[in-house]
Design a protein around this ligand. Structure first.
Ligand code: B12
Ligand code: SF4
Length: 524
C-alpha cells in the first residue's frame, strides 16, 4: 500500500519558501498503525516530492498486487488528489483507489462520485484502514467496514462509523523515524485529539470528534525525551486542536515534564482558548518550559464572537493575552475577517486590539467555509458560497500569500461587504501591525516561535539561499500595498481613507507608548 499526502506544493504561494514543511500528521498516524499490524506501507508526500509517478513505479516493484493507493486529503489538496489518483488509475487499472482525511469525511458523496475512486474511509483511519487492506489483499468483501463509503449498483452507500477509540494510548506512537529525510521539522507532538466546542468556522472535529481524548503524560514525555535525545529538538510545538481542555491532565503533564528535568532543556509552544487559562495555570506552564502561546482571538466584537459560537468573550481573550504577556510568553494570535454580519469598523477594531495587546505575531485570515462546518451551511443558505473548481479558492490565508497578478477569489463574502474591500482591510491590518522594526526582527530572529509561521532560515547559508525569493516576495508585497494606497487615493473598492490610516498608525504609536510605560512602572 502507498499512502499519499496530496497537499499542493505551492499551497502557500509567495510565502512557500519561508514556511517550514510540516510532517503530514494523519499519514504518519496511519503508517504507525500499518507498522504495528505488520503491513508494508510506503508514503509519498506531494509537498516535497516532484516526481510522484516515478516514486510510485519504484515502490510498486516491492509490493504485491492489487496495489492500494490511499490518499490523505484536506480541502486545499482535493484537486491535486483527484488528478494524481486519476493518473494512477490510468497507469495501474487494477489498483484500488482509497480516499480518507478531513475533506472526504466531510464530503464523501462528492468524492465517491468520481468513477476512478473506489472507496472512502471516513473519520480516524487507523483501524478501518488495516481492515480494508487485509480484505483487499485476501480478495474478501470489504463493504462491511465501519465508516466506509462505496458505490454499489449505481448507489452510494455510507456505512455507520464505529465508536471512536477512547484511549489514545491504544494507538501506536508517532513514527518520527519515517520522516527523517531532513525536509521536515520534527519538533511537534500530538498529545490530544478532539474538541468539545462548536465554533462555526472550524472543521477540526470532523475527524477527531467532539470528545476530548488525551494520551498519558508518560507516553507524551517519553516522546519529548526521544525528540530531545534522538533528534536534537530543543523546542516542540503541541499541535493539539485545543491543548488546555483538561486542567487535570495539563497538571499531570507538567509534573512529568519537571520530574524528568525537560523544562530546563526544552521549550514548548501550544494553542489555547482565552477562557481556558488563569494566572496560576499560565505561571505553572511557564515554569514547566512552555514559552509560546497561540490564541485564536478571531474578532474584537462581542457580537461577532456570539455569531461564531466560540463560547468565550473578547474580554476573556484580552485578559488571557495580558496575563500571558505579563508572565513573559511569546503570544501569537489570529483574527478572522469576512464573518457573517461583519463591517469595516469591526475589522479595524481588530487591528486596534492587536496593537493594544502588543501581540508578538498576528495573522488576519479570511473566513473560509470548509465543508462540514456551520459556516458552510450559512454560506449555502445565504447563497454566498463561491467554489472555484475543486475548492481551489478555499484558502484562509489567501489575501496575504496570493500573487497580486492572480488573485484567489474569496469563498465567502458576507452581505454588506465587497471582496475587494475585505482584501484591502486585511492588507492594511498587516501593514499597521508589521510596519515596525521590533516586530519584523522578532519574526526573523525567532523561527521557533508561533505555529508554522515564518522561517527565513535558521542557518546563515539557508538564509542566503533564500535571498532571491525574499526579494521576489518583497516586490510582490510592495505591489499589493501599492494597490491598497492607489485604491484609497482614488476612493474605489475600499472604504478606507488616508485620515483613517493615519489615525490607526497614530493609535498604534500611543498604544505602544502606553505599554512601554506599564512595563517601566512594573520593572520599577
Ligand atoms: C497541525 C495542523 C496543521 C499543521 C500540519 C498539517 C499537516 N500536514 O498535518 C500546519 C500548521 C502546517 C497546518 C497547515 C495548514 N492547515 Co492545518 N491543521 C492542523 C491541525 C490542528 C491538526 C492536524 C492533526 O494532526 N490532526 C490529527 C490527525 C490524527 O488527524 P488527521 O490529520 O485528520 O488524520 C486522521 C484522519 O483524518 C484519517 N485520515 C487522514 N488521512 C487519511 C487517509 C486515508 C486513506 C484514511 C483511510 C484515513 C485518513 O486518519 C488519520 C488518523 O486518525 C488540524 C486540525 C485537525 N484536528 O485535524 C488543522 C487542519 C487540518 N488544517 C487546516 C487547514 C485549512 C490548513 C491550511 C490549509 C491553512 C492555511 N491556509 O495555511 C494549511 C495547509 C497545510 C498543508 N500543506 O496541507 C484545516 C483543514 C480544513 C479542510 N477541510 O481541509 C484543519 C482541519 C483546521 C481547520 N481550520 O479547521 N495545519
Ligand atoms: S476553533 Fe478551537 S475551540 Fe473552536 S471548535 Fe475548533 S479547535 Fe475547538
Amino acid at each position: 500500500m502507498i499512502l499519499i499526502n496530496s497537499s499542493p506544493k505551492d499551497a502557500l504561494k509567495i510565502f512557500q519558501p519561508f514556511l517550514p514543511i510540516f510532517v503530514p500528521v494523519g499519514v504518519g498516524c496511519l503508517l504507525a498503525a500499518c507498522e504495528q499490524a505488520g503491513i508494508k506501507a510506503q508514503f509519498i508526500d506531494e509537498q516535497v516530492e516532484d516526481r510522484m509517478l516515478d516514486r510510485v513505479a519504484e515502490y510498486v516493484r516491492t509490493l504485491e498486487k492489487p496495489y492500494i493507493f490511499a490518499f490523505s486529503v484536506l480541502t486545499a489538496g482535493f484537486k491535486n488528489a483527484v488528478s494524481a489518483s486519476k493518473e494512477l488509475k490510468r497507469c495501474y487499472p487494477d489498483s484500488v483507489i482509497l480516499f480518507g482525511g478531513i475533506h472526504p469525511t466531510a464530503a464523501p458523496d462528492e468524492v465517491i462520485a468520481f468513477d476512478h475512486i473506489d472507496a472512502v474511509i471516513r473519520g480516524e483511519g487507523e483501524r478501518p484502514l488495516i481492515e480494508f487492506y487485509r480484505c483487499v489483499k485476501q480478495g474478501k468483501d470489504f463493504t462491511h467496514i465501519s465508516g466506509l463509503t462505496y458505490k454499489a449498483g449505481g448507489h452510494i452507500v455510507h456505512n455507520d462509523m464505529s465508536d471512536i477509540i477512547e484511549d489514545l494510548d491504544d494507538y501506536p506512537p508517532f513514527p518520527y523515524h519515517r520522516f527523517t529525510s531532513g525536509k521536515y521539522d520534527l519538533g511537534f507532538v500530538l498529545s490530544s485529539r478532539g474538541c468539545p466546542y462548536r465554533c462555526i468556522f472550524c472543521s477540526n472535529r470532523i475527524t477527531t470528534g467532539k470528545k476530548y481524548r488525551y494520551r498519558s503524560a508518560e507516553s507524551i514525555v517519553d516522546e519529548l525525551e526521544m525528540l530531545y535525545n534522538k533528534y536534537s529538538r530543543r523546542y516542540v510545538l503541541f499541535i493539539d486542536d485545543n491543548f488546555l481542555v483538561s486542567k487535570k491532565r495539563t497538571y499531570t503533564l507538567m509534573e512529568e515534564i519537571k520530574k524528568r528535568g525537560l523544562h530546563e532543556k526544552m521549550t514548548f509552544n501550544f494553542q489555547a482558548r482565552g477562557d481556558n487559562v488563569n494566572y496560576e495555570l499560565l505561571t505553572d506552564l511557564y515554569d514547566s518550559g512552555f514559552r509560546s502561546i497561540f490564541f485564536g482571538l478571531e474578532t474584537a466584537s462581542e457580537e461577532l464572537m456570539k455569531t461564531v459560537k466560540k463560547g468565550e468573550t473578547v474580554a476573556e481573550c484580552v485578559t488571557a493575552v495580558r496575563m500571558s504577556k505579563k508572565i513573559g510568553f511569546h503570544v501569537s494570535a489570529t483574527f478572522i475577517y469576512s464573518l457573517p454580519g461583519e463591517t469595516h469598523r469591526d475589522r479595524m477594531d481588530c487591528v486596534r486590539l492587536s496593537n493594544e495587546l502588543d501581540l508578538d505575531m498576528v495573522r488576519f485570515n479570511n473566513a473560509t467555509p470548509y465543508p462540514g462546518t456551520e459556516l458552510y451551511d450559512i454560506a449555502v443558505s445565504e447563497n454566498r458560497l463561491c467554489v472555484k473548481g475543486l475548492y481551489e479558492n478555499f484558502n484562509s490565508v489567501s489575501t496575504f500569500i496570493e500573487n497580486p497578478f492572480s488573485k484567489i477569489p474569496f469563498s465567502y463574502v458576507p452581505a454588506g461587504n465587497s471582496e475587494e474591500e475585505i482584501r484591502m482591510d486585511i492588507l492594511l491590518s498587516y501593514l499597521v501591525f508589521y510596519l515596525d522594526f521590533s516586530r519584523l526582527k522578532s519574526i526573523f530572529a525567532s523561527p521557533d516561535k508561533g505555529v508554522g509561521w515564518f522561517n527565513a532560515g535558521e542557518e546563515i547559508f539557508e538564509f542566503l539561499r533564500k535571498i532571491p525569493a525574499l526579494f521576489l516576495m518583497g516586490g510582490l508585497l510592495s505591489i499589493k500595498f501599492g494597490e491598497l494606497f492607489l485604491y484609497t487615493f482614488i476612493g474605489k473598492k475600499t472604504s478606507l481613507s488616508f485620515r483613517e490610516i493615519y489615525s490607526l498608525f497614530r493609535e498604534r504609536r500611543d498604544a505602544r507608548k502606553h505599554i512601554h510605560q506599564i512595563v517601566k512602572d512594573h520593572t520599577a
